[in-house]
Design a binder for this molecule. Structure first.
Ligand code: KG4
Ligand code: ZN
Length: 353
């Protein structure tokens, strides 16, 4: 079974063909990131306009790279939430139109669940991918860490899962992005904070971890504020010193040490709870999902704290892509999940797991 996946929830316009839920035949991603960088974050209107411009060629490229014609495609899966409304609309309208005109079944994919499904991709003949050696096994503990979500979920089987806990305020990726702004580092913050952290010493500053009522819940807004206060204190200024002026007064060494201390604490917050959940539920596999899954620090800390081996999706399959949506679509189709109505499928910007 070959499924075309379409993803447009944020600033990436992406399409991919996946075969039988594990073989990556194509993966095409067009990002409008370069148009957002000067604003320090994604501008929804610019993202939506860019999706309109590139979605048709992106889908065609994904078919061409997979050496497929429409006759070879068995189903279409599209992200319908969560994400930016204007961005989601473009992908969903493209998928609805294609489902009707090409006569294909349509599946409405949850973006966050899609990130988890990147862990079911195991083979490809595309160059430059480091694939998992085997699919994740159930029961499976999913550590979901993206720009919009931070969650721990326990999967008994496909589409049979429960949320163990989640962030009560900012997502971890959002915290990376906000700390990057304080330090004057470019958007997206995850990679730039990680890069700065390499030059720093994580033991320079002790940053706080929130104590939560829910055993597996998180909070990152206090940590972000602690970084702001720390930066103000480092340059000898008071709490009302504007955050946008901080970076010009901090030395490169201070920035690197703050980045390293923040990264260490933010990642440790996630890893400690993931390890606790591992011991409580004894899953057969642990997977990481979402943009922050690209973090080297997360991988290092998980590897040293978990008593079991862990495998990761390729970096290109961690950040937003169509392959994870196509993979999820394959399992929706083969697990009897309901098809979406191509005449009425709507977006759901606030969709949760
Ligand atoms: O999953 P994703 O591509 O988009 C959402 O679904 O939100 O995640 C984007 C997030 C951003 O906040 C970005 O800063 C973060 O993932 N990110 C990283 C790294 N690469 C991307 N965070 C930490 N370390 C990284 N290497
Ligand atoms: Zn995402």
């Amino acid at each position: 079974m070959k499924v075309l996946g379409i993803e447009s929830s944020c600033d990436e316009t992406a399409a991919s063909v996946v075969e039988d839920g594990h073989r990556l035949l194509s993966n095409v991603v067009a990002s409008s990131m370069d148009q957002h960088i000067i604003y320090g974050g994604v501008v929804p209107e610019i993202a939506a306009r860019s999706h309109i411009e590139v979605i048709t060629p992106t889908i065609q490229k994904a078919l061409d790279q997979a050496r497929c014609t429409w006759d070879d495609i068995d189903a279409i899966a599209v992200t319908y939430g969560a994400g930016l409304g204007g961005s989601l609309l473009i992908g969903v309208l493209a998928a609805r139109t294609l489902a009707i005109t090409k006569g294909k079944p349509l599946y409405a994919a949850n973006h966050v669940l899609g990130h988890v499904y990147a862990n079911f991709l195991t083979d490809t003949s595309l160059k430059g991918y480091k694939m998992r050696s085997a699919q994740a096994e159930f029961p499976m503990l999913a550590v979901i860490v993206s720009g919009g979500h931070s969650q721990l979920a326990l999967f008994e089987d496909h589409f049979n899962y429960r949320l163990l806990g989640q962030t009560q305020d900012d997502a971890i990726g959002e915290a990376f992005d906000k700390v990057a702004k304080i330090l004057g580092l470019p958007y997206p913050g995850g990679p730039s904070v990680s890069k700065a952290a390499v030059e720093g010493d994580a033991s320079t500053y002790q940053l706080p971890k929130a104590k939560m009522a829910g055993k597996y819940d998180f909070s990152f807004s206090g940590l972000k504020t602690a970084v702001l206060r720390l930066a103000q204190a480092e340059i000898g200024e008071a709490y009302d010193f504007p955050s946008y002026k901080l970076s010009e007064r901090l030395s490169e060494a201070q920035k690197a040490n703050i980045a390293a201390s923040f990264e260490h604490t933010a990642i440790e917050t996630i890893v400690e709870k993931a390890v606790e959940a591992y011991h409580e539920f004894g899953p057969r596999s642990v997977v990481i999902a979402g943009g922050v899954a690209a973090s080297g620090e997360l991988r290092r800390q998980l590897e040293s704290a978990l008593p079991c081996p862990i495998e990761y999706p390729d970096m290109k399959l961690c950040t937003d892509n169509g392959a994870m949506i196509a993979t999820l679509g394959c399992y929706m189709a083969t697990s009897g999940q309901p098809e979406a109505d191509p005449y009425s499928l709507d977006i759901d910007p606030n969709l949760s797991m």
